[in-house]
Design a protein around this ligand. Structure first.
Ligand SMILES: [Zn+2]
Length: 175
């Protein structure tokens, strides 16, 4: 039997606790429960981030936890099951920065592969602050505005680097 990597594949069925076997389903090897028919389909979850700008500066948060503890990111979080993607972005941003935002256009959509145990698809929205008071909360220990022409701080995620690089190009065109 071909072995799948240890994490994040289940060894036992989460529904009936029978040992899972690896079989091809839909062109890929997946853990399958012979007792109840459960198949573990691994799909990326959806991450949301909000870009708030002040001139050529972007609001970043210092991460209080892993992954990327002590480094900085565009304030972000995960869409909960049953939650609208835009509601999630507004909620996560307020939890992390204290600021209420209205979302504008989607700035970028990228696959995140930096954590092999937890793959995500990230959606970066542009946001406009409509209320609240800036203060770090939830997963962040500090918040602040930094020039997109940095680097003033070390970023936690390669895709945030890509997004800030794209912003930098747009600013260069504009000025
Ligand atoms: Zn089962």
């Amino acid at each position: 039997m071909v072995k799948l990597g240890e994490k994040p594949f289940y060894k036992y069925c989460p529904f009936c606790a029978s040992p899972l076997v690896v079989e091809e389903r839909g062109g890929r090897l997946r853990p399958v429960c012979k007792a109840c028919g459960f198949v573990q389909y691994l799909n990326p979850t959806v991450g949301v981030a909000v870009i708030v700008l002040d001139g050529d500066r972007i609001l970043l948060g210092k991460r209080a936890r892993e992954p990327g503890k002590g480094r900085w990111c565009i304030p972000c979080g995960h869409v909960e099951w049953g939650e609208d993607v835009r509601d999630a972005a507004v909620r996560e941003f307020e939890e992390e920065t204290g600021l209420k935002v209205e979302l504008e256009a989607v700035f970028d959509v990228l696959s995140n592969f930096h954590n092999p145990e937890h793959l995500t698809v990230g959606v970066w929205f542009m946001g406009r602050v409509v209320g609240g008071k800036l203060s770090a909360g939830d997963d962040l220990s500090d918040v602040g505005f930094f020039s997109v022409f940095g680097p003033e701080v070390e970023l936690a995620f390669p895709t945030d680097e890509m997004v800030i690089g794209k912003l930098r190009k747009l600013f260069k065109k504009r000025f």
